[in-house]
Design a protein around this ligand. Sequence first.
Ligand SMILES: [Zn+2]
Length: 256
Amino acid sequence: MSAYKFSTFFFICFLLHFSNASGITILIDPGHGGDEDGAVATTVGENPPRMIKEKDIALDISKKIFEKLKKENYSVFLTRSIDRTVSLAERAAIAEKTKADLFISVHINSSSEAGAVGFETYYLDNHDDVAIKKVEKTENIQNAGENVLVQQILIDLVVEQTVKTSKPLAINIHSQLKEKIGKKYKVHSRGVKPGLFYVLALSKRPGVLLEVGFISTLKERVRMLNPKFQDDYASAVVLGIKKYIQSQKKSPRKRA
Ligand SMILES: [Zn+2]
């Protein structure tokens, strides 16, 4: 990216910034964008069928989370507010530049398994789970299949620095999702899980990666395209973040 483009981007970024009295800065990261569609599926019953893309649903939900956090008087940024390509390194640079305390990455799952359903919440940690490795593989790829090289030593260091805050953040968000989304929409909770997502490692701060649902499953993609569901999902995430921040205030030594 040229210096001009970079400075223009940060100008836009600062336009999206809203200062506040809470002193906490939250960076919302809509997955993929621009050249990267993320997971895709086609509509059923439409002629011609339309392509549904992870990057678009992730952006819609991220913007809703952004607006709701703004109303709660947090300082909030988006890594992208339009359909543009953002490398994992650039997302990390934005986290640095904005001095974000919390990093929330929004993604949509896909599976070759017929009828895969449910939402899951990841925090950065080592693990030995084969199913999780499949999710990591798709989310860690960027720009036309190029694999980002992230050293295990960096991951270990960031895990050590963030897991004590990222895990409770994930638990707080996920329990609100279970309460608000799981019950209302009768959606299966796949749980809070450790994952080695490069975007979380590179951002080097407490954060979570949300997998809202499966684009590969018809009823899930129909639900995720529904603005009311997107709104309810965003509200649950915001409530989870608020509850996490409140819990940290009660024990300031653990604060993010
Ligand atoms: Zn994704």
